[in-house]
Design a protein around this ligand. Structure first.
Ligand code: GUN
Length: 284
């Protein structure tokens, strides 16, 4: 059996068309949605991500500003800049690209973002609300993965779901969203003794570790859904995920490719979150 591909580009296209309609409607009422993307330092991967986010805004009728600072920026200067963005009525979403240089406390920076502009969903208020009730924003990558399940009619109620990775950006919020959807959720990570023991019982596997080949065909139950959040490079410098795609696609029922899977969905859900922020601000 060869798995059916879950095409993140195609699904993004549909969802972004809706974003563009909502952005145009807000703009017509004098409330063009605005996103501020803040990049500190010159991490090449971050530069690519940030450029793609800003381009996606422009392509879909959102206003966006990219604020670039050198790696030597002092923490208090970054906090002062965030305070300015918090007070700017043209900005509805603020995204500080992570990782930040080591001398800056990213926790402090995230907590400085107004929760109603925290389109990443990383602020403690939104992370806490994700755990206990309705968050203002769901973190973009796991939110995008949930849209992929929905679009393909992949049932989660009562499903065994395994998340590999426990980051604040993907692993932990992914597990909470799956739990909210009625799955029985296991979180595996670098200290897990036998990841395959858990994944072989899983109907749904989400790999988000940043390590190539963390999931191989022998670790997957036939017909399972495999979502690859990884973004790595192989020996030839080619983009690849955390999953051994060639092997796993012969066993899984559904699989996401890298590139063209989760990546575009992350950006799409950032646009959706920014639109929602702008719609809430326009109603206020
Ligand atoms: N770095 C890697 N992924 C993300 C993300 O989703 N948001 C931010 N702000 N930084 C990231």
């Amino acid at each position: 059996m060869t798995a059916q591909l879950i095409d993140g580009n195609a699904l993004s296209k549909t969802l972004r068309a809706d974003v563009a309609v909502r952005a145009a409607a807000l703009t017509a009422r004098g409330h063009q949605p605005g996103l501020a993307v803040v990049l500190v330092g010159d991490n090449p991967a971050s530069e690519v991500y940030v450029r793609n986010k800003v381009k996606a805004c422009h392509d879909n009728g959102l206003h966006s500003v990219m604020d670039r600072f050198p790696a030597t920026l002092a923490e208090h200067e970054l906090l002062a800049h965030i305070a300015k963005l918090n007070a700017d009525p043209a900005i509805h979403g603020i995204l500080v690209q992570l990782p930040l240089p080591a001398h800056i406390d990213s926790h402090k920076v995230i907590e400085a973002i107004a929760p109603e502009k925290d389109v990443d969903g990383f602020h403690v208020a939104n992370a806490g609300a994700l755990m206990t009730g309705k968050p203002l924003f769901r973190p973009c990558t796991p939110y995008g993965v949930m849209k992929m399940f929905e679009a393909h009619g992949i049932g989660l109620q009562g499903a065994n779901a395994v998340v590999i990775g426990r980051s604040n950006i993907v692993g932990k919020p992914m597990a909470l969203l799956l739990l909210e959807a009625g799955a029985t959720v296991t979180i595996c990570h670098s200290k897990t003794r036998d990841i395959g023991h858990h994944t072989r019982a899983a109907d749904v596997i989400v790999a988000a570790t940043g390590r190539r080949n963390i999931l191989t065909a022998d670790m997957v139950k036939p017909g399972a859904t495999v979502i690859d959040v990884g973004m790595n490079r192989n020996e030839e410098g080619k983009l690849c995920g955390d999953v051994d795609f060639a092997g796993v696609r012969e066993v899984a029922g559904y699989i996401t490719p890298v590139p063209g899977g989760v990546g575009p969905m992350t950006i799409t859900m950032l646009l959706v979150n920014t639109i929602e922020a702008a719609e809430r601000a326009a109603q206020a």
